[in-house]
Design a protein around this ligand. Structure first.
Ligand SMILES: NC(=O)c1ccc[n+]([C@@H]2O[C@H](COP(=O)([O-])OP(=O)(O)OC[C@H]3O[C@@H](n4cnc5c(N)ncnc54)[C@H](O)[C@@H]3O)[C@@H](O)[C@H]2O)c1
Length: 445
């Protein structure tokens, strides 16, 4: 017979966290982990661990490597930033928030999650709780991560240590919906664990807590939130391709249809970034493993991934219609990040548009006030310009950065070769077309 440990009662355990007798660790301090760790550190003793010593050094100086938080966010917080996994032994509640990307073949790459689970496993003690925050497919916590914790620690799950899953819903660049103001789903491997997980998050999340019935339900809830957005955007992207052939403006159609009370207001566009364009592949993967080949989710992904090619083809055709040889054309792309007003260039689909244009022989230049030229060079092997040049054949505004919204048609006319009429690809439909002259083209999705 295996001896079950006598567990500290949840109320007592929570009191020990509040009195700082026990500490909380956060593993992976990126867009998700750092704001959460700082929020928890308002009330609890927190150990913030990251594998990157460089990022840890920045946080020790009060700088957010993801550029989401300003230095005041680091003030008056009980937090130790470290790249030393040995310090994790001091914590009894571990939160894992490492990346969950896909490989080139678009299947889940669990390496960061496996690495983090091994790190936590080495620090695990009896009564510890491990909560995963990374977006995964249903079953990943219990089937992939917990066995690693057991193997590395030599402890038994459900008897010596316990687990939970609590997905994150933050939205990079959004200063309003900060971590404390977003209702948080929590789950636990048994009722006592759930009570402790709820108590810890409930202490800092003012928007409230939703207790999911199981870890799998909580995992599934997160992944479908993003798959739903992906599918809805793919529908309007498909409409955009259909209406383009019909010579109908999609934005005008959406404005008209949007007058119905239950019409969903999604807008066409490039779907990139670390979440919406990635998470559906986790669900696809698990479903296929279980013998069901998803149709709707997969077709949504296909449509959205095809948008860069569609945009590049439309622009090239326009150049050809004006008797311009693409090989001697120069196009300015404004906006490198995956969405507006952020510095994040990960999985930004504008680079697919650029690649497609370059495949047609077009010379492409890129500017962005938010993106780091070094990161762009490293990640995409592409050199950005410091500022816009002149004598372009066309301009693409790919991201609705605040700095771009106030630009007018004269700004764009001045970027174009003197003897040519304006071609502007307004991918986010941010410009009014009222002042456009008859021979000018303002194309939008
Ligand atoms: N970015 C978002 O808006 C968002 C929103 C909701 C959910 N998520 C999910 O949250 C998870 C984390 O995403 P993110 O955007 O914060 O990632 P991120 O890339 O911003 O940060 C991840 C951090 O983890 C560190 N790291 C990587 N491997 C590690 C390891 N083995 N041990 C310790 N640290 C490690 C990295 O150095 C980095 O600092 C992902 O699963 C993502 O899908 C992200």
């Amino acid at each position: 017979m295996t001896a079950t440990i006598t567990r500290t009662a949840p109320a007592q355990m929570l009191a020990e966290f509040r009195s700082k007798q026990r500490a909380i660790s956060v593993i992976g301090l990126g867009y998700v982990g750092l704001p959460l760790a700082l929020e928890l550190a308002k009330q609890f003793r927190v150990i913030g661990f990251d594998i990157s010593a460089e990022r840890v050094a920045m946080m020790q100086r009060g700088e957010d490597p993801s550029e989401e938080l300003d230095s005041t966010a680091f003030l008056e917080k009980d937090i130790t930033f470290t790249a030393d996994p040995g310090l994790l032994k001091d914590a009894s509640f571990h939160i894992v928030a490492v990346p969950t990307p896909v490989s080139e073949a678009r299947v889940p790459n669990l390496n960061p999650l496996i690495g983090a689970s091994e790190t936590v496993g080495r620090a695990l003690k009896k009564e510890d709780i491990v909560v995963y925050e990374s977006t995964v497919y249903p079953g990943c916590t219990e089937e992939d991560c917990i066995p690693i914790l057991e193997r590395v620690s030599g402890l038994t799950f459900g008897q010596d240590f316990f687990a939970g899953y609590s997905p994150e819903r933050i939205n990079p660049g959004d200063k309003e919906h900060t971590v404390d103001k977003i209702l948080k789903i929590v789950s636990g491997s048994d009722p006592e664990t759930l009570e402790i997980v709820s108590g810890i998050y409930g202490a800092v999340i003012t928007a409230g807590i939703y207790e999911a019935s199981t870890i799998k339900v909580a995992e599934a809830a997160k992944v479908i939130e993003n798959a739903q957005r992906d599918i809805n955007i793919s529908f309007v992207n498909e409409l955009s391709m259909i209406f383009n052939r019909m010579g109908i403006d999609t934005q005008e159609v959406l404005a008209a249809a949007g007058t119905k009370w239950n019409f969903l207001k999604f807008r066409p566009g490039l779907v990139g970034g670390h979440c919406i364009s990635v998470d559906p592949y986790y669900l696809l993967h698990k479903s296929k493993q279980l013998g069901y080949d998803p149709q709707v989710i997969a077709s949504g992904r296909r449509v959205n991934d095809g948008m860069p090619g569609f945009i590049a083809k439309e622009l090239t055709q326009l150049l050809l219609q004006r008797n311009l040889n693409p090989k001697s054309c120069k196009v300015l792309v404004m906006g490198a990040t995956f969405k507006e007003n952020v510095a994040d260039i990960r999985n930004s689909k504008i680079f697919d548009v650029i690649q497609e244009l370059m495949d047609f022989g077009i010379n492409v230049q890129l500017i962005d006030p938010h993106a780091s030229p070094n990161e762009v060079a490293q990640e995409y092997k592409f050199s950005m310009q410091d500022e816009a040049g002149k004598d372009y054949d066309a301009v693409i505004v790919g991201v609705a950065h605040e700095e771009y919204r106030s630009l007018d048609m004269n700004y764009f006319r001045n970027l174009i070769k003197a003897d040519q009429d304006l071609i502007l690809f307004d991918l986010k439909a941010i410009y009014s077309r009222e002042t456009v002259r008859s021979n000018e083209v303002i194309w939008r999705l």
